[in-house]
Design a protein around this ligand. Structure first.
Ligand code: CA
Length: 233
């Protein structure tokens, strides 16, 4: 199997060196770009497996880079942001980023995000190959055709909205979904009320899905941002 190719887009040399040294030490191949224009060029000419994208670039804003790449590719994009504001991450996720890292981050965090994204990639490739109508993740099984979900041998008794939520997460496993994306997908709107309702539905869904709803195994909370279904081994 080929080593995954990572495109590292970062104008800060010390951060770029930290990332590329880490990648080299862990069997990844990489390309680098210092600004948005060359990021788009490298992404289109080399078709990397994953893009690590700094949001604060000297020419084009990182969010704009995501929007342009998304016009022709679904390649996974992990955003790296020095800005701690949630709005930047949320804009990036809504523009189509898969995940985010906030500076300063550790080497372990970086490697963990890459692994999550690779698992998601593998899962997507396997699923499109098999054209599966059944989704499995750990003990969770969803039969899309029958409209039923199971945990082990037990059928989950979900309300229609809980089931829609679960399907939305399963179809985006490994990806952080923002509150806006979720409420748009479920209700077709994004009033503040919907975000409040979303919290309520998430709580009831977790009670049914998670062994311990206080330390969930399947669905992570990203405070102020949204939720993500994790791939469970
Ligand atoms: Ca920067």
């Amino acid at each position: 199997m080929n080593k995954p190719l990572i495109l590292v887009v970062e104008d800060d040399n010390s951060v770029k060196n930290l990332i590329t040294t880490t990648l080299k030490a862990h069997d990844y191949r990489y390309l680098t770009a210092q600004n948005g224009a060359s990021a788009i060029l490298e992404a289109s000419s080399h078709n990397p497996d994953i893009v690590l994208l700094d949001l604060g670039l000297p020419d084009i804003d990182g969010v704009e880079v995501i929007k342009r790449i998304r016009t022709w590719s679904n390649m996974p994009i992990i955003v790296i942001s020095a800005r701690s504001e949630d709005t930047d991450k949320i804009d990036a996720l809504d523009a189509g980023a898969d995940d985010y890292l906030t500076k300063p981050f550790s080497v372990d965090e970086l490697l963990a995000r890459l692994r999550v994204t690779q698992r998601r990639l593998n899962m997507m490739q396997n699923e499109s190959a098999a054209e599966n109508s059944v989704f499995t993740n750990g003990k969770l099984k969803i039969d899309y055709a029958a409209g039923c979900a199971y945990l082990g041998d037990e059928e989950l008794h979900l309300t229609p909205i809980e089931y829609k939520l679960l399907c939305l997460f399963s179809k985006n496993v490994g990806k952080v979904l923002t509150h806006t994306f979720i409420t748009q997908s479920i209700w077709g709107s994004t009033w503040d009320n919907d975000i409040a309702s979303l919290r309520v539905f998430m709580a009831t869904l977790r009670k049914k899905l998670e062994k311990d709803p206080d330390s969930p195994q399947y669905i992570q909370t990203h405070i102020g941002v949204g939720y993500r279904m994790m791939k469970v081994e």
